[in-house]
Design a protein around this ligand. Structure first.
Ligand code: ZN
Length: 285
């Protein structure tokens, strides 16, 4: 049973986020993964046209590796803005393992997207490396985002991160109403199941908005459950290179199109970027 008040999400509008590439999937895994700033910008526009209100952006270096290189972010963001695409831009702060705090924060400081990711804790990622987000970095990050008028998207991969997010809200590092992204199915984090999603949603602070996604085999289950529970939905090749079992996705837009279709079948409507701005309070940061 879900506590009704634990969300400010609009009852009828669903914010679809397209996570275009992340830091890891390569063209060898799926040739449709966008790598260059031009490919990323084209995908962002295509996803907007398919119904995404938000695009979550990582960039790659010339070898295709995840990087926090400012110039690559600048080229990507400027290409989307120059095309007059109104989609809400969300930049990662976790695009390059080992990058220092200045490098991780520079893209949102310089380019002022409306959203940027805030990974609310550390974890063993994929059982082979540490996804490091030290307390001192998180405090610096939260305060710098407030100073820049960039809203944090609180990415929580387990309940510890969810509770630490609430701690940061109480401490004033994060301003309420906060926006959560419930990230399920990452190896090292909580599994992508409806039960886990419901548990997370029931423990969110009352004054917040939220979205969710599943990585890998639980992806579609989380899409359906997230729509049913009133959340926003994130899809895209950062989280899944397969569209269905054994079938590679043709594009990021293909995921967005399916999600928009499911939202409509549920008698809801994909939010436009401006509706997303209103729901998330982006104009008030
Ligand atoms: Zn990301």
């Amino acid at each position: 049973m879900m506590v009704e008040t634990r969300r400010r999400n609009d009852k009828n509008k669903v914010i679809i986020t397209a996570a275009l590439a992340g830091a890891y999937p390569t063209k060898d895994m799926n040739p449709a993964v966008p790598i260059t700033p031009k490919e990323l910008a084209e995908d962002a526009i295509e996803c907007y046209e398919a119904g995404a209100a938000v695009v979550h952006i990582h960039v790659r270096d010339d070898e295709g590796k995840g990087t926090m290189d400012y110039a690559k972010f600048e080229e990507t963001v400027n290409s989307i803005r120059d095309a007059k695409c109104p989609v809400v831009i969300n930049l990662t702060t976790s695009g390059e393992p080992g990058a220092d705090s200045a490098k991780r924060m520079a893209p949102f400081i310089g380019l002022r997207p409306e959203l940027a990711s805030f990974d609310a804790g550390s974890m063993n990622w994929g059982r082979n490396n540490v996804f490091l987000n030290e307390p001192a970095f998180l405090e610096e990050l939260g305060l710098k985002m407030q100073e820049c008028g960039v809203k944090p998207e609180l990415e929580v991969f387990d309940m510890g991160m969810l509770y630490d997010s609430i701690y940061y809200i109480k401490k004033g590092i994060i301003k309420a109403p906060a926006h959560f992204q419930i990230c399920l199915g990452a190896p090292g984090g909580m599994e992508a199941t409806t039960e886990n999603l419901l548990f997370c949603v029931n423990h969110l602070p009352e004054d917040c908005t939220w979205s969710t996604f599943g990585i890998g085999k639980g992806a579609l289950e989380i899409t359906y459950a997230g729509i049913a529970l009133g959340g926003g939905i994130r899809v895209g090749m950062e989280d899944n290179i397969y569209y269905s079992y054994g079938v590679l996705a043709k594009s990021n837009a293909q995921f967005v199109e399916r999600t928009a279709r499911l939202v409509r079948e549920f008698n809801k409507t994909p939010a436009t970027p401006d509706e997303a701005r209103e729901i998330l309070g982006l104009n008030k940061c």
